[in-house]
Structure formats: structure tokens, C-alpha cells
Ligand binder design. Structure first.
Ligand code: MG
Length: 250
């Protein structure tokens, strides 16, 4: 069942969303050559707790950190650690914060120093595919209207869409129904209703769509070793334009 949020619950989600987005921005500012992914994780966790919130990802299904940090060919669920970021890396940061009974969830991919034009293009295509998708995030549209728009944009720019991981509803739980694939067919899926809060999160590969999982049990990477990027915001369906709850959206 897709939960519709009341106006009070939406206010609580705005608060969670702002903290989550600020945590993403902080992480992004830290992406520089010589910084370890552990340092970013620790600073973000400290920030979230200082704001009175709890990192949503810490211990979620056993995840051992507060932030997912996925570098280059890593798609999602990278575990922060001793890895030192290098000039030219692209760094996907996914973060969630829980406060007042609700979660915010957002992600973005950041350049480390100067990156290749191909890498920058992937970041741009991934981000723009989100905005192409949410043009259809309106009451009365079908869920896969968003999915199809994301897929069409990414594939028309020579990129491919990860199939195994998808967007989702978000609220009192970090993952709620419905699943929101980044591929699909316009006109399919449930109708969108005002009060739905959804995490839309295209995961886009520069090469082929196939994935593989590292032996750490978490990190998901591209099977062909190509670069991957991620972009996500929590949004609210209204009777007009969608409202991004994880603001600023970067
Ligand atoms: Mg998410």
C-alpha cells in the first residue's frame, strides 16, 4: 500500500529532507584529492547527529556506515574506509537522515578535482534524467511515466540504466512501496496521488547496464568496469508541480 502523508507529516518530512540535503552538500564539499571516504562519512555523521537526526543508513540491514560512498565504477552501497580519493575520480554520495519519525533520502555524484569530459557528461546526464522524470511526477500520471522519461533521456545520451536497484516510497520507513524503476513504459503502474513521498534515484552507467557485487557483500559496481553515477531526491506529489523535499537539490 502506498502511504499518503498528511500536511503535518509533510512538514516533518521537509525537516528531514533539509537536513539530508545539507548532509549531501557537506559531503560534496569534502570530495577532494587526498581525502578518505571514511573522513567524509565521519563528518556527515557528526553533522546529522548535531542536527538532532539519526543517520538512516547506519546499521540498515547491517550496513556498517552512515553514508554510502561509491567511487568510479561503483554504482551504489560503497562502504567508506581507507580509500583515498584521487584527482579525476567521480564520487557518488548517498545519504539519509531520520528525525521526527520520518526519513529523507538523497544522493549525487561529485567530481574529485578535474575529471574527464566523459565523466562530467555522465554526471550531467544522470542528474538531468531525474529532472526529465519528475516532469511526470504529478497527480494523475502513472508511475512509469517517470520511469520511461528517465530511461529515454539516459539512453538517448548513450548511457544505460541499472535495472536491479530502483527508487522507492519513503516516509516512516526508508523504503516503502512503491518501487520506482528507472526504466519502463509510459502509462503503466499506479496513478500518482498528492501526498505520496517518493525517492526518485536514477543510477546510470556510461557503459552497459549489467552489475556485479563485490565480496564485501555491499558494494555494487558495473560489470564492464565503466563509470556509474547516481542522483536522487525525495519528492512530494502535489496537485501541481512536485516539491523537492531534499533541498537544496544541488
Ligand atoms: Mg533511495
Amino acid at each position: 500500500m502506498i502511504v499518503l502523508k498528511s500536511s503535518h507529516e509533510i512538514d516533518l518530512m521537509r525537516r528531514a529532507g533539509k537536513i539530508t540535503a545539507a548532509a549531501r552538500a557537506l559531503a560534496g564539499e569534502m570530495v577532494k584529492p587526498g581525502v578518505t571516504t571514511q573522513e567524509i562519512n565521519n563528518a556527515v555523521e557528526h553533522f546529522i547527529r548535531k542536527e538532532g537526526a539519526i543517520p538512516s543508513f547506519l546499521h540498515y540491514n547491517g550496513f556498517p556506515a552512515s553514508v554510502c560512498i561509491s567511487v568510479n565504477d561503483e554504482i551504489i552501497h560503497g562502504i567508506p574506509g581507507k580509500r583515498v580519493l584521487q584527482e579525476g575520480d567521480i564520487v557518488s554520495i548517498d545519504v539519509g537522515a531520520y528525525i521526527g519519525g520520518f526519513h529523507g533520502d538523497c544522493a549525487a555524484t561529485f567530481p574529485c578535482g578535474t575529471i574527464s569530459p566523459e565523466a562530467q557528461n555522465l554526471i550531467n546526464v544522470t542528474r538531468q534524467s531525474f529532472f526529465e522524470g519528475i516532469q511526470f511526477a504529478k497527480e494523475g500520471q502513472r508511475l512509469q511515466d517517470m520511469s520511461a522519461a528517465i530511461q529515454a533521456y539516459a539512453e538517448s545520451h548513450g548511457c544505460s540504466v541499472v535495472r536491479e536497484y530502483v527508487g522507492h516510497g519513503v516516509g516512516t520507513k526508508m523504503h516503502e512501496p512503491p518501487e520506482i524503476p528507472n526504466y519502463g513504459h509510459a502509462g503503466r503502474g499506479p496513478r500518482l496521488l498528492r501526498g505520496m513521498t517518493l525517492a526518485i534515484e536514477p543510477m546510470i552507467n556510461a557503459g552497459k547496464a549489467a552489475i556485479t557485487q563485490l565480496s564485501d557483500g555491499w558494494t555494487v559496481k558495473t560489470a564492464d568496469g565503466s563509470l556509474s553515477a547516481h542522483y536522487e531526491n525525495t519528492i512530494l506529489i502535489t496537485d501541481g508541480e512536485p516539491e523537492i523535499l531534499t533541498v537544496p537539490a544541488i
